[in-house]
Design a protein around this ligand. Structure first.
Ligand code: NAD
Length: 479
């Protein structure tokens, strides 16, 4: 095992107050490394360094910012296989998915390299003669980025890249379960020539490091992705301090399958949406809302394909579904399998699997004959489990789809243009998919949800500027 991995504060690698083990959920005997757990003092130091470095970073101009982001993208591409291997090893995502995610991180940095040059404003005539008005965008200052474990490369990338592109300085706190990928990204950003203090990494527990970030006076805005309870706590604490927040949280995403759907398309979309990445996606399809006429044929084919999915270690070439990320996550998934039975569902799959390596493996599960008022249809499980709800017609499907505390992604499989159009208009979700899985998005367009899924401006694409900049209106009179 290599030397301990340290935090990056003001351009230097510094220890925290203790080291934390990073273990492979596909093979608990595999100790990936030891990672520094930072303190509130480390956050103070990082936020102070960021505040000192930020004005110079913005003043360096868009070309310098674009060039840095471009170099980071190139380095991520060059190291994509190593990043993907780390990601698969610490998070449990199968290698092809991990590789796609590493490459996505590079694409995001490349996209925002261009956006740095396109930071623009407006010029308007005033209602007062002789007065000109300019509306410009400026960086927020120092932004705190708090990320979850399920996309250890892509989510940090889609927060860091716009933050730096628009001239902010950054303090990143990755999830405790996946410090390895974040540390690799931090090293790449550092080696690509990021000025000291402009990007800082402080690993460690959310209750210590995350909390200190929300409290740090130098940090003007917090972008968070994670669970609803944590998001709520952050929003509360940020409101006390008048900080800007952007929260991306959970989902209970519906996928409607109408009688007129193309069956292979619908089964493929649901198999992918519900089970790929072990169901550990905020956009996973966890409620399959199926019209009565296609229900039995759909369930039979989806079950056949689900049972055939090969569950195994993330790095094994033939694995299609990796492990749950942690013992706690697996225990939660298994408890929902029990709950589904207790609530009256017929459960297919879902059992714990013992494989040659000790890991958190589980067969994907379908909860048949579910109702939308059951807890298994209302609470986010975040595992490879989907509830199947039978409905009579389109109107009932739409009503069930919208009857949720969440509103991140919503899908429909249909060959009817009328139903597709109606669903796109009436689904109460930030993202709508027609004949596509609810998960799987592009990086150059807005990402985010409604209701309990998101708070604040959208992430990704040009819309990222809403969060990472503030607007200034200047009036000039030439005299
Ligand atoms: P989590 O809320 O447990 O943790 C997220 C991050 O918050 C971690 O870095 C954690 O250390 C930190 N944190 C914990 N307590 C904190 C506190 N008091 N103050 C500040 N920071 C704190 O979430 P998780 O288990 O890592 O991720 C799974 C959740 O993320 C799921 O609910 C999933 O739906 C959600 N998610 C949402 C999106 C989205 O874009 N909507 C994307 C991915 C994941």
């Amino acid at each position: 095992m290599s030397d301990p991995h340290l935090n990056l504060i003001n351009g230097a690698w510094v220890p925290g107050d203790h080291l934390s083990e990073n273990r492979n959920p596909s093979d608990l005997a595999d100790l990936i490394g030891l990672y520094a757990a930072g303190t509130a003092g480390d956050v103070t130091a990082a936020a102070g360094a960021a505040a000192a470095a930020q004005p110079g970073w913005f003043a360096a101009g868009p070309q310098a910012r674009a060039d840095l982001l471009d170099r980071i993208a190139t380095r991520i591409e060059a190291e994509a296989t190593d990043i993907a291997t780390m990601l698969a090893r610490e998070e449990g995502k199968i290698l092809p998915e991990a590789l796609a995610e590493a490459r996505r991180a590079a694409q995001i940095f490349r996209f925002f390299a261009g956006e740095a040059l396109r930071m623009s404003g407006e010029a308007l005539a005033s209602v007062r003669p002789g007065v000109d008005i300019e509306v410009t965008r400026e960086p927020v200052g120092v932004v705190g980025l708090i990320t979850p474990w399920n996309f250890p490369a892509a989510i940090p990338a889609w927060k860091i890249a716009p933050a730096l592109a628009y001239g902010n300085a950054v303090v990143l706190k990755p999830a405790e379960l996946v410090p390895g990928t974040a540390h690799m990204l931090a090293r790449i950003i550092h080696e690509a020539g990021c000025p000291a203090g402009v990007f800082n990494l402080v690993m460690g527990p959310g209750s210590v490091v995350g909390r200190a970030m929300v409290e740090a006076p130098q940090i003007g805005a917090i972008s968070f992705t994670g669970s609803v309870p944590t998001g709520r706590a952050i929003a509360r604490a940020a409101a006390e301090r008048m900080k800007k927040v952007q929260l991306e949280m959970g989902g209970k995403n519906p996928m409607v399958v109408l009688d007129d759907a193309d069956l292979p398309t619908a089964v493929a979309a649901c198999l992918n949406g519900a089970f790929f990445s072990t169901g550990q996606r905020c956009t996973a399809s966890s409620r399959l809302i199926v019209q009565a006429g296609i229900h039995d044929a759909f369930v039979a084919e989806l079950t056949r394909q689900m049972i055939a999915l090969r569950v195994g270690p993330a790095l094994a070439p033939d694995s299609q579904i990796g492990p749950a990320v942690s013992a706690q996550q697996l225990a939660g998934n298994l408890s929902y399998v029990d709950l589904a039975r207790a609530e009256g569902c017929e459960v297919v799959g879902g059992e714990r699997l013992d494989l040659p390596t000790e890991g958190h493996f589980q067969r994907p599960a379908l909860f048949l004959n579910a109702r939308n008022d059951m807890r298994v249809a209302r609470e986010e499980i975040f595992g490879p489990c989907a509830a199947v709800i039978r409905v009579a017609d389109f109107d009932e499907a739409l009503a069930v789809a919208n009857d949720s505390d969440f509103g991140l992604s919503a899908g429909i499989c249909t060959t009817s243009l009328r139903h597709a159009r109606e669903f796109r208009r009436q689904a109460r979700a930030g993202m709508v998919m027609v004949n596509l899985p609810t998960a799987g998005v592009d990086y150059h367009v807005p990402f985010g949800g409604t209701k309990g899924s998101s708070l604040g401006p959208r992430e990704q694409g040009r819309h990222a500027a809403e969060f990472y900049t503030t607007v200034k209106t200047s009036y000039s009179f030439a005299g």
